[in-house]
Design a protein around this ligand. Structure first.
Ligand SMILES: [Zn+2]
Ligand SMILES: [Zn+2]
Length: 165
């Protein structure tokens, strides 16, 4: 080995020395540990959030909790993509509202047996096709079923026109 190369090796600072020192420094090690700790805390928070959000929707929260544990971060992401759009409470409330509305409608509205158009309960005939739906009481003129002989409102016998009692 010539004398000049030996001098160069001794005097040239190693360009990787700084990086090596930095990588093995306690500052970096602690920073790395803090980052890992933060990631774990964030992961656990996501697991908790995934579970509690799944419990409020129509899903199996236990399963989604496990998915969030097994697939850190991505499990929650997948859950966000496929979760039901509304809370279970909301959808049950909406179903109930719909049932009430339907019942209300059904109690007020009938279908014409002839043309199937909507007719109200006290229509005497269908406005669409003229089909006889009800007859009016001979005394109080309220709408009665065609086969009723007695008026339930005024107690008049439809055949005789007299009070039944
Ligand atoms: Zn009709
Ligand atoms: Zn009557």
């Amino acid at each position: 080995m010539s004398h000049t190369i030996l001098v160069a090796l001794q005097t040239d600072p190693d360009p990787f020395q700084f990086i090596n020192n930095f990588l093995s420094s306690p500052v970096l090690r602690i920073t790395g540990q803090v980052l890992v700790l933060l990631a774990v805390v964030f992961w656990l928070a996501l697991v908790y959030w995934t579970y509690s959000d799944a419990a409020r929707r129509e899903t199996v929260p236990f399963v989604w909790g496990i998915v969030a544990v097994v697939l850190p971060f991505f499990g929650t992401l997948i859950y966000l993509i496929v979760r039901p759009p509304e809370y279970a409470l909301d959808s049950r409330e909406r179903e109930l509202e719909l049932a009430v509305l339907e019942r209300e409608l059904r109690s007020r509205v009938l279908l014409c047996p002839n043309c199937r158009s909507l007719v109200e309960r006290d229509y005497l005939l269908c406005p669409q096709c003229g089909w006889d739906l009800k007859k009016s009481c001979v005394h109080c003129e309220r709408a009665l079923d065609l086969n009723w002989d007695l008026c339930p409102y005024c107690e008049t016998d439809q055949r005789t026109g007299k009070r039944a009692r």
